[in-house]
Design a protein around this ligand. Structure first.
Ligand code: SF4
Length: 165
């Protein structure tokens, strides 16, 4: 049987690319999908040029729209990440991916992340910058957050969607 071609947030595979130099290895998910999958890892934050470790970032509603700002610092990484997302997703368009698994709650990879005002108060939700551009670019692509696939039956449902493509 042909392997599913799945994009994935790189930290879920055990790569130490998180802001604090750690990973978010999802051993159970990787073991369950095992030989069925060819992985296409992406870490938007490191691949766009940010160092590891780095300052954490968050989504902030400003007069100039939603920006990805460092939590404790003045730097704005919105345009750097947007440029990267457009370029990387146009490369991935040629890979004929069957699906994508994202790291939840990440300001880059999460599908629904907290949105703050400039004073640091939580005022709503938005999508992570990579997740948002991914969903806009490939609206038909099955996309799931890794954490959601641990609920009973959810991984099987996700695999069914991949098989129908
Ligand atoms: S940007 Fe995405 S892949 Fe990179 S560390 Fe954050 S959640 Fe993981």
């Amino acid at each position: 049987m042909r392997k599913f071609r799945i994009g994935i947030s790189s930290c879920l595979l055990g790569n130490r690319v998180r802001y604090n130099g750690d990973d978010k290895f999802d051993a159970d998910l990787v073991a369950r999908l095992g030989g069925m999958v060819e992985w296409f890892p992406v870490c938007p934050e490191t691949e766009c040029g940010l160092p590891t470790p780095r300052k954490p970032i968050q989504a902030v509603q400003t007069d100039a729209g939603i920006r990805l700002l460092e939590v404790d610092g003045p730097d704005d990484h919105t345009e750097q990440l947007r440029r990267f997302c457009r370029k990387r997703l146009s490369e991935l368009a040629g890979k004929q991916l069957d699906g994508f698994i994202l790291k939840a709650k990440s300001p880059s990879c999460g599908v629904a992340i907290p949105l703050f005002d400039p004073e640091g108060r939580r005022i709503g939700e938005t999508s992570g910058i990579f997740a948002g551009v991914l969903l806009e670019t490939f609206p038909e692509l099955p996309v799931a957050e890794a954490e959601s696939l641990h609920a009973p039956g959810r991984l099987e449902q996700f695999l069914e969607k991949l098989k129908r493509r």
